[in-house]
Design a protein around this ligand. Structure first.
Ligand code: GMT
Length: 373
């Protein structure tokens, strides 16, 4: 098949999933065309059957705000036409699904690809609830030939928040780890971690990640010398360091910003910690599971579809820093429990969320669309 993929190219779960999907589809023999304003950061330069089409954004003096949706839709139409795309798969509805629907209107019927929209999270939970966006998102979903969500939770939210009554297929996220570039020992040495346990938090630091709760939790873990928190920050962590100092935990925190070799840190971690107030899936937890690293996280959104409490990780009701800290302490004190949850997590990740399990589900969805076309 000839498949177009549009996603955000920067650090972020939806872009990572879209990029991995495209790479995997190309390795399975399909031709994949990425369309975005920048080359996705994890997209290899020379990979057979993968093409990148940049969208050029003009900053005309007339515009107070540069427009992306129109040049994106024109590029989608151009690539669809020139490369005879069968499928145009957009990740994150805003503005990608709207641009895809518009692009199709520019094409004659025999040149129109089938449009698949994958909702990832805040495109429903945040923007879907915004009166300035919701109706446009709903319209774009109605224009899509198929809609998928990354969890049952997000499917239900899409029905509830947007009132979308069409068919929604749940296709969970997946992860295909790269081989770490350094040894576990080398990474820990570089981080200055000795006998302490390494707690890992990796996120884009957006408000729903609740970094305030993360720091409150860290401040309550005893003994305080038993761990270091390593934050892989997709953004600037320095504003949070003031809070860390106030809580007296700044000496427990090591920050690395915009890391590409996430696997290096995943293999070095002992516990992953996530305190989000909303999460459609939480790809970072799955990444940790692949490296047998058990997580402590809030039981919000789609996280319970990824982690089974007491089996592959520990779930705690949202908002309770004390309970989160006690759960981390349980894992710090109990090597056997850590190993047991870590192994079960890895087995679950490979069984349910591997590239070989999930990518064929997308392939099947595409094939069904072509049969119907
Ligand atoms: O929706 C967002 O906030 C952005 C998006 C992203 O690009 O990182 O995150 C969402 O998609 C990820 C990949 O499917 C999920 O793992 C995240 O849970 C989800 N974020 C939220 O729901 C807050």
């Amino acid at each position: 098949m000839k498949i177009g993929i549009t996603c955000y190219p920067s650090v972020g779960g939806s872009g990572i999933i879209a990029t991995s999907l495209g790479i995997s589809l190309a390795r399975r023999g399909h031709e994949v065309h990425f369309i975005s304003y920048e080359r996705p950061f994890r997209l290899p330069e020379a990979e057979p059957r993968i093409f990148f089409h940049p969208v050029v954004i003009n900053d005309y003096g007339l515009f107070k705000y540069p427009d992306y949706t129109l040049p994106l839709s024109v590029k989608m139409a151009e690539v669809s036409c020139r490369h005879h795309l069968d499928i145009l798969h957009v990740h994150y509805a805003v503005p990608h699904a709207t641009a895809a629907a518009l692009s199709r209107c520019m094409l004659p019927p025999d040149k129109q690809p089938r449009i698949i929209t994958t909702l990832h999270g805040t495109d429903t939970t945040l923007l879907g609830a915004d009166p300035g966006y919701g109706p446009a998102i709903l319209h774009a979903l109605h224009q899509s030939d198929a809609v998928t969500t990354v969890s049952e939770f997000l499917k239900n939210e899409t029905r509830r928040v947007l009132g979308f009554g069409g068919h929604i297929e749940v296709i969970h996220n997946f992860f295909e780890p790269e081989r770490p570039s350094r040894s576990r020992e080398a990474v820990r040495r570089d981080l200055g971690i000795g006998d302490e346990l390494m707690i890992l938090h990796s996120s884009n630091l957006r408000p729903m990640k609740r970094i305030d709760l993360l720091l409150e939790t860290i401040a309550r873990i005893r003994p305080r010398e038993s761990f270091k928190l390593v934050v892989l920050a997709g953004g600037d962590f320095s504003p949070f360091m003031e809070d860390a100092r106030r809580l007296g935990v700044d000496d427990r925190i090591i920050v690395r910003e915009n890391v590409l070799e996430v696997e290096d840190y995943l293999q070095a971690a002992d516990i992953a910690l996530y305190t989000s107030e909303s999460e459609s899936f939480c790809l970072s937890i799955l990444e940790a599971m692949y490296f047998s690293c058990p997580s402590v996280s809030t039981a919000v959104g789609g996280i319970p579809e990824v982690v089974k409490d007491g089996i592959s990780g520990l779930l705690v009701p949202f908002g309770d820093a004390d309970q989160l800290a006690r759960a981390v302490e349980r894992l710090i004190k109990n090597d056997t429990l850590r190993a047991k949850l870590g192994q079960a997590g890895k087995a679950e990740a490979e069984k349910e969320f591997s590239v070989d399990v999930v990518v064929p589900q997308y392939e099947q969805l595409y094939e069904n669309q072509l049969v119907r076309a």
